[in-house]
Design a protein around this ligand. Structure first.
Ligand SMILES: [Zn+2]
Length: 600
C-alpha cells in the first residue's frame, strides 16, 4: 500500500516552491498573463509592417507562452503527485483555458508569418537586430507556404479542427470503457476481469495457461467488434489522407514526415533495413522458445520473461550513485549539474504515494528545473528509469541553457535519444561490473526486450501504417477483412516461420492507440538507432567524441532534428545507423546465449 505523501521525507519530493513560493505568486503570474493576452490583439494587422513590429509581436507571444509554460508546469506537476488535490486540478483546468485564450488572441500570427514575402523577410532580418533569433520560427512558418490554402479555406479548417481528430478518443473510450472482455482464471486460480490495463501482466505470466487464456479471451472480443474498430480506423485514415491531399502533400506519410522535418525516404529506409535483418529477430524468438522449454513458440509466449528474477535491490541513494557514475563520461558540466539536480535542487519526486500518478516522466519548461517523476521501488528497472529520465532532463537542461527559450524545445524526432543513451550506457556498465551470471542474464534479457519492442515492433507498426494509408490513398476501402489480412501478413513476416502465428493476432491493430497518431511510432525506432550509434562512439572514442555529443544536446530546437543529429556525428540518412543498432541486438542475443548455455 502506497504511503501518504506527508509521510515521505522532503528530500525525496520535488520542490515546486522554487517555481512559485505560494498560491498567491501563482495567482499574480496568472493575472499578469491574462493582461498580456488581453493586450495581444494590438499586433493584429500591423505585425508585418516592419521588422520592429514583427519582433515586438513575436517577443510578446513567446513571453506569454513562457508564462503559460511555467503556470502549466506548476499546476501539472502538483496534480501529478496528488490527483485527489482538487485545487491542483482546478489550476490545471485554469491554465488550460488560459492557453486556449492565448491561441485565440494570437490566431493571426501563423497566417501572417506564412504570408510574409520571402525576400522581404530576409531584408527584415538584416534591418532589425534581434529578429534573427526568431528565424527558426519564421522560416518554419514559411515552409508551410506551399501547403497553405486561401484565407476562406484556412478559416474553415480552423473551425473544423475541433470536430476532426476525434477518432483516437472514440477508439480509446470504446476499448477502455465500453467493451468488457470477460473473466479469466489468473495465476492464483481465481477468476478476474480481463481488461486492457491488466492484459500485459497476464501475458508476462510464467504460467502458459494464463497467457493463453488472456490472449484468446482478449482477441475474441476484438474480433467480435472488428467491424466497428475498422470503421473508426478507416475514418481516421481517410481524414488524414484527405487533409494531406487538400494541403497539396503527395501523401499522408509525406505530410507527417514534412512536419517532422524529415522525408519519407528515412521512413522507408528504416523499414527496409529492419526487414533485411529480420532473421536476427527470428533468432531472438528461437532463443525464447529454447529457454521457455516449449516445442513451438506461440504469440502468447513472447512476453514471458526468459531471465531469472533479479535479486538485486538498490536504495534510492545507490541509484543516484549508479546513475552519476554512468554519466561521469559526459564531463564536468553534465555530471555536476545532474548531481546537483538529483541531490540538492529537488528535481526528483521519488517514491509512489497515494494519489500519485504511475510510471515516470521528465517535465518542466525553460523557467523551471527539469523535474523528474518516479515511482521508485528499489529494483534494477527503477535505476534504469532514473538514468533514462535523467537523460531527458539533461537534454532539456543543455537545450535551455544554450538557447533562448523559444529556440530550446527539441522535437520528438530526437526526444528519446539522450534518455536511451543513458539507459544503454547504464546497462553496459552493469554488465561490465556484475559478477553473477543470473544478474547478467537479467540485464541482457531487458536489453533484448528493449531492442525488440522499440526497434522491431515499432517498425512493424510503422510498416502497417504506411501500407494502410497507402491503400486508402489508392481508393481501397479499409475493412475489418482487409486490415486484418494486412496486419496478419506483417505479423507472419516479423515473427518468422518458426513462431506459431495464432489467428487471433489478426485483430491486434484494433487495440493500438498509437495508430491514431499517424506516423508517430517510427521515431521510437530511429531514436534507439541513433542512441545506439552514439553509445558505440562514446564507448570506443571516449572523451574524443563526448564533446560532439554534448554539442548535440546544446542544439535544443535551434536547428532541424537531422542537422542536430549531424552535430553528434549521426547521419540518419545512412542506413548504417539502423543496421548498427540491429547489430547490437544480435550481439546481445549471442551474449545471452553464451551465458545461458554455460549454465545448462
Ligand atoms: Zn523517454
Amino acid at each position: 500500500m502506497a504511503l501518504d505523501r506527508q509521510a515521505i521525507d522532503a528530500k525525496y519530493k520535488w520542490d515546486l516552491t522554487i517555481v512559485y513560493p505560494d498560491e498567491a505568486a501563482f495567482d499574480a503570474d496568472f493575472a499578469e498573463t491574462e493582461a498580456m493576452i488581453a493586450a495581444f490583439p494590438k499586433h493584429e494587422g500591423v505585425m508585418k509592417e516592419s521588422g520592429e513590429q514583427l519582433l515586438s509581436a513575436l517577443s510578446d507571444l513567446v513571453k506569454a507562452q513562457g508564462k503559460i509554460q511555467k503556470l502549466w508546469a506548476y499546476s501539472y506537476l502538483g496534480f501529478a503527485v496528488d490527483n485527489s488535490d482538487n485545487s491542483a486540478q482546478a489550476r490545471v483546468a485554469r491554465v488550460r483555458s488560459l492557453a486556449v485564450s492565448l491561441d485565440s488572441a494570437a490566431w493571426f500570427v501563423s497566417p501572417s508569418l506564412i504570408s510574409l514575402d520571402g525576400k522581404r523577410v530576409e531584408k527584415m532580418y538584416a534591418e532589425c537586430k534581434g529578429l534573427e533569433s526568431f528565424r527558426r520560427m519564421i522560416d518554419g512558418a514559411q515552409r508551410e507556404k506551399p501547403h497553405t490554402l486561401s484565407d476562406e479555406c484556412e478559416k474553415l479548417m480552423a473551425k473544423l479542427g475541433d470536430a476532426l481528430d476525434s477518432h483516437g478518443d472514440i477508439q480509446g473510450i470504446f476499448s477502455n470503457s465500453d467493451i468488457t472482455f470477460g473473466k479469466i482464471r489468473g495465476e492464483d486460480g481465481k477468476l478476474c476481469e480481463l481488461n486492457e490495463a491488466n492484459y500485459i501482466t497476464h501475458l508476462m505470466s510464467a504460467d502458459r495457461g494464463v497467457r493463453r487464456r488472456a490472449f484468446k479471451t482478449l482477441y475474441k472480443t476484438y474480433k467480435q467488434f472488428s467491424n466497428t474498430f475498422a470503421t473508426i480506423y478507416n475514418a481516421y485514415v481517410k481524414e488524414q489522407c484527405t487533409l494531406a491531399s487538400a494541403r497539396g502533400h503527395e501523401s499522408s506519410l509525406a505530410a507527417s514526415t514534412f512536419r517532422d522535418e524529415v522525408t519519407p525516404v528515412i521512413y522507408n529506409s528504416l523499414i527496409e533495413s529492419v526487414n533485411r535483418a529480420l532473421p536476427v529477430l527470428y533468432d531472438y524468438y528461437d532463443l525464447k522458445r529454447e529457454v521457455l522449454g516449449v516445442d513451438k513458440l506461440h504469440l502468447y509466449d513472447v512476453y514471458a520473461s526468459i531471465a531469472p528474477a533479479s535479486e538485486a535491490k538498490y536504495s534510492y541513494e545507490e541509484a543516484v550513485r549508479e546513475v552519476l557514475d554512468t554519466v561521469r563520461v559526459f564531463g564536468e558540466e553534465y555530471y555536476s549539474t545532474m548531481k546537483a539536480g538529483l541531490l540538492e535542487r529537488g528535481w526528483v519526486d521519488v517514491y509512489p504515494t497515494k494519489g500519485k500518478r504511475g510510471g515516470a516522466f521528465s517535465a518542466g519548461c525553460p523557467y523551471t528545473e527539469p523535474y523528474i517523476l518516479l515511482n521508485y521501488t528499489d529494483t534494477y528497472n527503477d535505476v534504469s528509469t532514473l538514468a533514462h529520465e535523467g537523460g531527458h532532463s539533461m537534454h532539456s537542461y543543455f537545450s535551455r541553457k544554450y538557447n533562448e527559450p523559444h529556440n530550446s524545445g527539441y522535437t520528438i524526432f530526437v526526444a528519446e535519444v539522450a534518455s536511451t543513451v543513458n539507459e544503454l550506457l547504464f546497462a553496459h556498465k552493469k554488465l561490465r561490473e556484475c559478477e553473477s551470471d543470473t544478474e547478467k542474464l537479467y540485464i541482457l534479457d531487458k536489453l533484448m526486450e528493449t531492442y525488440k519492442a522499440t526497434l522491431f515492433r515499432q517498425t512493424m507498426f510503422a510498416e502497417f501504417e504506411r501500407d494502410a494509408h497507402a491503400a486508402c490513398e489508392r481508393g481501397e476501402p479499409l475493412t475489418a477483412g482487409t486490415i486484418s489480412t494486412l496486419y496478419k501478413g506483417l505479423v507472419d513476416k516479423y515473427f518468422g516461420p518458426k513462431v506459431v502465428s495464432d489467428e487471433e493476432i489478426s485483430y491486434e491493430w484494433a487495440r493500438i492507440p498509437h495508430f491514431y497518431s499517424a506516423f508517430y511510432v517510427y521515431k521510437y525506432a530511429t531514436c534507439i538507432s541513433a542512441a545506439s550509434a552514439i553509445v558505440k562512439r562514446i564507448e570506443e572514442e571516449g572523451e574524443g567524441y563526448v564533446g560532439q555529443y554534448i554539442e548535440f544536446l546544446k542544439c535544443g530546437g535551434s536547428m532541424s532534428p537531422l542537422d542536430s543529429l549531424k552535430v553528434a556525428g549521426i547521419d540518419m540518412t545512412d542506413p548504417g545507423v539502423v543496421l548498427g543498432a540491429i547489430e547490437d541486438f544480435r550481439h546481445t542475443i549471442s551474449s545471452f546465449r553464451e551465458i545461458y548455455s554455460k549454465g545448462k
